[in-house]
Design a protein around this ligand. Structure first.
Ligand SMILES: Nc1ncnc2c1ncn2[C@@H]1O[C@H](COP(=O)(O)OP(=O)(O)OP(=O)(O)O)[C@@H](O)[C@H]1O
Ligand SMILES: [Mg+2]
Length: 221
């Protein structure tokens, strides 16, 4: 479902990604593990199209992505959950989730609400649909962010450090929810520092050190 081939990326002549290759299938969780500055966020931003890359290939469901024209072909197929959630503060939980299906997919409000209500059930937040982000705990906001990222029914879902701001109980909850989406056949890519979380969740661990893939014993976290 997601294939990355020899991906390279520099910032101001400093090579941050030095040729990264891996694959994730539908229904599989891949975790990118590496220490701070290894290039994890850069990798996920390139996959999402938030950052351009210098060479290599990103292939999404057999479609090769090189430029913004190719990006249009896979619009909505890659979801992203940001580290700081990025919820719209002036929108209720429900409004946060229906925004993309209405704007991007042209769904009616009624259709979009149906999608949102199903997703809120999946993340165990049905009772919070009319709350605003500031009224929710960090763990609840994280779950709204997950529901919102899934509102376009992406085939690939990416997370940047989904557990870094959460306590043990909320980490457990997020793990359960990610597993639900995996079971629905999504390909999931998670960036993490957390070795225990990674080993528990991953079908595949991608160890990265200074922009290169390495073996488990070479990586410091
Ligand atoms: N927009 C940018 N301009 C210049 N340098 C950048 C930019 N974004 C990232 N870098 C550099 O690229 C390197 C990798 O950064 P990246 O954010 O991918 O690391 P990371 O593995 O996600 O780290 P962390 O675990 O701390 O989040 C760092 O040295 C960083 O300073
Ligand atoms: Mg990062």
């Amino acid at each position: 479902m997601l294939k990355v081939v020899d991906l390279k990326k520099s910032f101001n002549n400093v090579e941050v990604l030095k040729g990264i290759s891996f694959e994730i299938e539908s229904g599989e969780i891949g975790v990118v593990l590496g220490k701070s500055g290894a290039g994890k966020t850069t990798l996920i931003r390139c996959i999402n199209g938030l950052e351009t890359f210098d060479s290599g290939e990103i292939i999404v469901d057999s479609i090769k992505i090189k430029d913004s024209n190719d990006r249009k072909k896979i619009r909505g197929q890659i979801g992203m959950v940001f580290q700081n959630f990025n919820l719209f503060p002036h929108f209720s939980v429900l409004e946060n989730i229906i925004e993309a299906p209405m704007r991007v997919l042209g769904k009616s409000r009624q259709e979009a609400e149906k999608i949102a209500i199903d997703l809120l059930e999946m993340v165990d937040l049905s009772d919070k649909k009319d709350s605003y982000p500031f009224e929710l705990s960090g763990g609840q906001q994280q779950r709204v962010a997950i529901a919102r990222s899934c509102a376009l029914m992406p085939k690939i879902l990416c997370f940047d450090e989904p557990t870094s701001a959460l306590d043990k109980e909320n980490i457990q909850k997020v793990q359960e929810i990610i597993t639900r989406f995996k079971e629905r056949g999504m390909a999931i890519l998670i960036i993490s520092h957390d070795v225990a979380f990674s080993k528990e969740m991953a079908d595949k661990i991608i160890y990265i050190k200074e922009g290169l893939l390495v073996n488990e014993n070479e990586v410091e976290i």
